[in-house]
Design a protein around this ligand. Structure first.
Ligand code: FES
Length: 228
């Protein structure tokens, strides 16, 4: 699992300064305006996500350096420590550098029972077996074990960027990683060809289109019996 034992190291390696681009500043203002006067701090998660995406656009890696959190704190009039608390509580915020492709492997029980060990192994191999929480030498990959991603019906699941890759096994994970290395955008979702979360072996109910139900006016609400 990711080493969270040393909070001070979470902020190493970031830029000295950070500021939203003009377009992002305007977007941030719109988000803040959604909240009542005095409750602007409620926009903190949205602004942190925006900052991570700007970091990705500028550096190729979606993470939150301390300078970005300080910038968000300044905009929202919050003490920086309160922003650090939010960023370090929600695991979708990465407070240390990640690779261009941050591979988040679900290893909670349903994914584990369905073979997440092989997926994790493929991911670690792609990252050159660097310790979790660090980035591969080529800057392309970092790996993190995460808790249930809420897609257990398609276990095991790998989260990369904005997408889930589901129904994986070791070879499928390797193929996916090779495609990412080539700069491709592999199709996300189930990797076995099944439709979304439909039964893996094909339909088990409603296996054919049911006949239309004839209209039966006599089946309408019965007249109340006399005396009722
Ligand atoms: S256990 Fe992996 S998505 Fe739920």
């Amino acid at each position: 699992m990711t080493d969270r034992s040393s909070p001070a190291s979470a902020y190493d390696g970031g830029p000295e300064s950070f500021a939203f681009t003009e377009a992002n500043r305007k977007y941030a203002e719109k988000q803040i305006a959604k909240y009542p006067e005095g409750k602007q701090a409620s926009a903190v998660k949205g602004l942190l996500d925006l900052a991570m995406r700007q970091m990705e656009a500028e550096t190729g890696a979606r993470w939150l350096p301390r300078a970005a959190m300080d910038h968000v704190a300044g905009i929202l009039g919050m003490a920086p420590i309160r922003v650090y608390e939010v960023a370090s509580f929600y695991t979708m915020f990465k407070t240390r550098p990640v690779g261009r492709h941050h591979l988040q492997v679900c290893t909670t029980t349903p994914c584990w029972l369905r073979g997440s060990d092989a997926v994790l192994h493929a991911c670690r191999l792609a990252a050159g077996n660097v310790p979790d929480g660090t980035v591969s030498a080529d800057g392309l990959f970092s790996v993190e074990e995460v808790e249930c991603l809420g897609a257990c019906v398609n276990a095991p699941v790998l989260w990369v960027g904005d997408h889930f890759y589901e129904d994986l096994d070791g070879p499928a994970a390797q193929r996916l990683i090779e495609a990412l290395k080539r700069g491709e955008h592999p199709r996300h979702g189930p990797q076995t060809g099944r439709q979304n979360a439909a039964p893996a072996g094909g339909p088990t109910t409603l296996t054919e289109v049911p006949p239309p139900v004839p209209y039966r006016p006599e089946a309408a609400t019965p007249e109340p019996a006399a005396g009722e």
